[in-house]
Each structure stands twice: as C-alpha cells, then as structure tokens.
Design a protein around this ligand. Structure first.
Ligand code: AMP
Ligand code: MG
Length: 433
C-alpha cells in the first residue's frame, strides 16, 4: 500500500497495484498548478490558445438594427391600417445597401429598397422580403399578412451587447471564438503562455524511422504518436529523442528535461522488468504519486514530480508521466490521464469528452476490477442509435487496430463481459471543431 494525499488534503490509502482510473485522474488534477504567465498574441495566432482574461464586448454587435433579408423596409405600424385581407402600396423612396445606409426620412406611405445587412432606415422596423411584393414603377404592393410587424429585422446588440461578457478566461479559442473576437474589433488577446512538454522514448531496442533495423530492434513509434497528440493540444513540445535503458542516461535526461519543461512524458521502462528504470529514477529524483493503474491498456503508469537538482526540492520541478511502452497503452494513457492534466495546467477550462450510449454488435471480454478502453468502430444507424464493434486485436501493442478505430468502448471498472446487443458507452475520437 502507498500513502497519498487525496483531494481534500486528507491521507488516503491506495493499493498501488490497483489504483482505479477515476482516483488516478483526481490525483493528477490535484497535483496540477495552472500556468500563471500570459502573453499577448495577434488574433490570427490565437487558435487553440487559452484565454488569460475575460473578454467584455467593447461594442454592440451588430452595431445597428439591420435587415435580415433583401426586400423593402417600412414602418410596420402601417400593417394595422390595411385591415384583414388588405394590401399595402408603398412608394420606394431610396435604397440601403450593407455599408451604404439610407440617410433620408421615410414618409408613412413610403419604403426603402434594402439589402441584407444594411442599417434599418430611421422610422422603419419591418422588412417585407422582395419575393412577397409586386413592384410597379416607383411603388411596391403586398398583402398585409405577408409579413408581421418587426419581421426580418436584426436588432442592434442582439448577438452581443456592449459591456456584456463575450468569452471567459480559460476558454481554448476555437474558430468561432476567433471570429467572435474579430467581430468585436479586437486585434490582440491575452493568452496563457504555452505549456512546455518534453518527451522521450526509452529502450535499447528502439531505432528512429530512417535508421536501419539491427536484429531485435524495432522502430520507435511512441515519440511520433506523442508528438502528434501534443501538437493537437498546441503545447510547446520538446522531442528529446531516444534514451538508453541505463540509469545514468535516464537520470540525465529527466533532470535536463525538468530544467526547462513543465511536464515530462516518457514511454517504456515503467513495468517490473530488469531494464525498467523509470520508476526507480522517479523515486530517487522526486515524488511518486502512483505507478500502477487498474486500467487496460495502461497498467504500468508512473506519475509524480522530478526535480532538476536530482532530489525533491532541489532546482526546478516538472510533472512526470512515465507512460507504458506498448504503443496503444501510450496513447490510451495519454488521452485518459495526461491530456486532462495538460489542459488543466495550460489553464483551459475544458469540457469532459462526452460518452455516447451505443449498442455493442459483438461480444466483448471484460474483467471486473479495471477500466478498459477498447478500440472500436462506431456508426450511427438509421434509427439514430449508435452501434459499435471492436476493431480486432486489443493487444496493447497493436497500433493497426487503434488506427482503424474511431472510438473507445469505455468499459467501467466494475463491468464484466458484454454480449452482442448489450449497451456500452463510447468515446468518439473526432470532434467537429
Ligand atoms: P517496456 O515497458 O519498456 O518494457 O515496453 C513494452 C513494450 O513496448 C516492448 O515490447 C517495447 O519494445 C515496446 N516499446 C517500448 N517503447 C516503444 C516505442 N517508443 N515505440 C514502439 N514500441 C515501444
Ligand atoms: Mg523498455
């Protein structure tokens, strides 16, 4: 048993061989301190950055009442005078285009030809769409029930009123947010500095793609998946290459990484083999929170803090995730344990990835007492119901079935085997925005 501080600061007991995933996620978030430093960046460079301050709208959007359709603007009070089944005949006294307002007055029996986005002329509150009128010379006529008073007019400030909160600090800026900020006339925003994440692979058997493969060697894929997953999070990723299965080399790599990085990710060397040194290094260079999860894939996962000075409290500290070496285990632990921590540390107030109820199309083996994340291919049926089937081998080394998948089947800690037709929660890989 190991002793850990839980969320309330109390001391809790966990069996390090079987730390449940939810407990691990909670401990990791407890260890995270969000970055304080911020910088100003041009709007064009702000995508996927985390907003440092609340943004309050400096202006009304839209800035003026305007037409929502091409047609004719008039005083909607006239509709009542037409009576039931009646018609209106109005003289066209000018034109208003987006960017070219009509500045004149509009007589009660007149209207203004207006295009979408053009400011509503003074005294006009209604737009009759051009398809609903008959035009003869200088006049238009239309049935009074063709339009209700106030129709087809967008109100000043209806999207955002001046002084109202537009975006909250902690927002990870997406395309719509960038557009929203642009619509407020904002050219620069304060964002948290980017998180610095150093990562390396461990293993004497590893070669980089491009190098010849010696007998018994394999290509290092984890550094490539980690690099790609980190790029999606828009962190400042520092690739430290491959480190040999050798305590001195590993210590140098970890201490060097802690000099500059906020977080260090390693892969391999965290299980109990004779060449697995990461956990021992973590124990001597820093603090260990846990090193084994009740999770599949991903049972060996060391988490804690390393210090550049080589002992707790000496020099600079970085969080360390010692991820399992098996390529799918590396990915699954990244998504389930590391990603939420990186987002929290980057200052992002992110929504949890939603779980979607589905029906499992094939039997699935599952042992109670650990959370499993199986690779699946899901599709939405004609009846709107999601259906899912595992993509094949669930070996923690089989990247091909991860590549073929579009979701995880999330099998809860206490769940057991599933039959075809049973309900199961899925977590889709791709978000739209
Ligand atoms: P380990 O935890 O170091 O014993 O690694 C577990 C398995 O994952 C072994 O079969 C390793 O060869 C493999 N492995 C470790 N690191 C990598 C990597 N960076 N790329 C591909 N496979 C790896
Ligand atoms: Mg190894």
């Amino acid at each position: 048993m190991t002793t850990l501080n839980n969320l309330n600061g109390c001391v809790a007991q966990f069996d390090p061989q079987a730390l449940p995933v939810s407990a691990a996620q909670a401990i990791v978030l407890q260890w995270v301190t969000p970055l304080a430093a911020s910088e100003r960046v041009p709007l064009r460079d702000a995508l996927d950055r985390v907003l440092a301050d609340d943004v309050v709208s400096p202006i009304d959007v839209p800035a003026h009442d305007n037409a929502a359709m091409d047609g004719y603007a008039f005083d909607g009070a006239r509709l009542a005078s037409a009576g039931a089944g009646g018609a209106l005949r109005l003289t066209v006294s000018g034109k208003a285009f987006a960017g070219h307002p009509f500045d004149g007055g509009v007589a009660p029996d007149a209207c203004v030809r207006i295009m979408t986005g053009a400011p509503m002329p003074a005294g006009c509150d209604t737009v009759v769409p051009q398809e609903r009128v008959e035009r003869a010379g200088d006049a238009v006529s239309f049935a009074a029930d063709a339009v209700a008073r106030g129709a087809n007019r967008r109100h000043k400030g209806e999207d955002l009123a001046a002084g109202r909160p537009a975006l909250a600090a902690g927002r990870m800026l997406r395309a719509a947010d960038i557009g929203l900020l642009a619509s407020l006339g904002i050219v620069e925003v304060a964002v948290r500095r980017r998180l610095r994440v150093a990562y390396f692979s461990t293993g004497d058997e590893l070669r980089s793609p491009g190098e010849p493969l010696a007998p018994g060697a394999i290509y290092d894929s984890n550094r490539y998946t980690l690099g790609a997953m980190l790029r999606r999070l828009n962190v400042d990723a520092i690739d430290l290459g491959i480190v040999r299965d050798e305590p001195v080399a590993l210590e140098a790599a970890l201490r060097g990484a802690a000099e500059t990085a906020d977080v260090v990710l390693t892969s391999g060397g965290v299980s109990v083999g004779e060449a697995d040194f990461t956990r021992a290094q973590l124990q001597s260079l820093g603090d260990v929170a846990f090193w084994s999860l009740a999770m599949r894939p991903g049972r060996p996962l060391a988490f804690g803090r390393v210090w550049s000075g080589g002992r707790p409290g000496a020099g600079r500290a970085a969080l360390l995730f010692g991820l399992p070496g098996n390529p799918v285990a590396t990915m699954v632990t990244f998504y389930q344990i590391v990603r939420p921590a990186l987002l929290a540390m980057a200052g992002a107030k992110a929504q949890p990835v939603p779980l979607i109820p589905a029906v499992c199309d094939a039997p699935v083996r599952k042992r109670a007492g650990r959370t499993e994340f199986q690779r699946g291919l899901a599709a939405r049926g004609d009846n709107g119901q999601w259906r899912v089937a595992p993509t094949g081998s669930q070996s923690s080394g089989a990247l091909s079935t991860m590549s073929a998948a579009n979701c995880f089947l999330v099998l809860a800690h206490d769940a057991t085997d599933l039959d075809a037709g049973d309900p199961v929660d899925i977590m889709l890989f791709d978000g739209l925005v």
